[in-house]
Write a protein that binds this ligand. Structure first.
Ligand SMILES: [Zn+2]
Ligand SMILES: [Zn+2]
Length: 341
């Protein structure tokens, strides 16, 4: 079997890997498709080398089929299609004990801290698995992980039908947040400087604004009859969005922090006082967010096909990463990891 290894310095090598027999509580999956995300690109650029410790098989947005089942695993059968929720929690820390295993104090992220899915077969703990029904393809399955980021964000926001939500940033996660927000019956405005990304959102039936050329606050004022947005999703990670989020939120508006801000930006805390705003963090996903994401795709409430920009064979994983590097138009590149034609 083949396995791709990130070896540092924007490079992958494809090597003969080892199919790991599932131990108790584990399942071996034949990998279907694996998506490339922003985190994978960060790894590719070497900024996470200390944590990743190359050479390592990375990849965490995947779909696959059960091919072997370890002792004591119940509820799964050989031949079933599944997706992995790539979190490995300790089960015995204050967060885990409070039911927040997804933000465990000792959380390990599979495909970063341990071996990932860019290989023909991947052996994982069965507690990470979610079944995908017959109507959901393996290609769509590979997008359940990023879609679950979006369902988690929307779940944290308590967004309701009829409310107005602004998404700051129209990359893949921002667009998926917009799609989930729309599916609950909210009206959505995506703020994004890139023209092609705005066009992508508009095809989904979402309003857009270019925050460089237009006055975002004025657009939101007009759109909401000066009330402001009930919910603001900060998905961009840039300073102007931090300034905008408190400006455009309605009184008692909820702001969801989805982006990873590696520095400590200045935030207008006066507006939190003045408008009684709420700031909610949202990190990865819980099991229920996966269930919701799978249901949205199975019931055809969200069409993932437009999100798939390219599909590349595992043997050319290097080309897949090079194609996504500095390409803001690419939404989701998939790597086909199955060893079948
Ligand atoms: Zn990812
Ligand atoms: Zn824990």
């Amino acid at each position: 079997m083949l396995a791709a290894e990130y070896i540092g310095n924007k490079s992958f090598q494809v090597v003969e890997g080892t199919k790991v027999e599932p131990k108790a509580g584990e399942v071996c999956l034949k990998v279907g498709y694996v998506g490339i995300c922003g985190t994978d690109m960060h790894i590719y650029h070497g900024v996470m080398d200390a944590r990743v410790a190359p050479p390592k098989t990375t990849g965490h947005e995947m779909s696959g089929t059960v091919v072997a089942i370890g002792e004591g695993v119940e509820g799964f059968a050989i031949g079933e299609n599944v997706v992995v929720r790539p979190l490995d929690w300790c089960g015995d820390c204050p967060a885990c004990n409070a039911g927040n295993t997804h933000i465990c104090h000792n959380l390990k992220f599979m495909g970063i801290d341990s071996a990932g899915a860019f290989q023909n077969y991947w052996t994982v703990k069965s507690r990470t698995l979610h079944k995908i029904p017959a109507g959901v393809s393996l290609q769509e399955g590979a997008l359940i992980e990023p879609l679950s980021v979006a369902t988690h964000d929307v779940s944290r926001s308590r967004l309701k039908a009829g409310e107005k939500a602004v998404v700051l940033g129209g990359g893949p996660i921002g667009q998926l947040v917009a799609a989930v927000a729309k599916s609950v019956g909210a009206e959505v405005l995506v703020s994004e400087p890139n023209e092609n990304r705005r066009a992508f959102a508009e095809k989904m039936g979402v309003k857009t604004v270019n925050p460089i050329d237009e006055d975002l606050a004025a657009v939101v004022d007009e759109w909401t009859g000066t009330a402001g947005a009930d919910v603001v999703f900060e998905v961009s990670g840039v300073k102007p969005a931090i300034d905008a989020m408190t400006e455009i939120a309605a009184v008692r508006g909820r702001i969801v922090m989805v982006a990873i801000h590696s520095t400590k930006p200045e935030i207008d805390l006066f507006k939190f006082f003045w408008k009684e705003l709420e700031l909610l963090g949202a990190r990865v996903y819980e099991a229920a967010d996966y269930d919701w994401a799978i249901e949205l795709v199975a019931e055809k409430k969200i069409d993932l096909a437009p999100f798939i920009s390219s599909v590349t064979e595992l043997g050319d994983i290097q080309g897949a990463f090079e194609g996504m590097d500095g390409n803001p138009e690419g939404m989701k590149a998939l790597v086909k990891c199955t060893d079948e034609a």
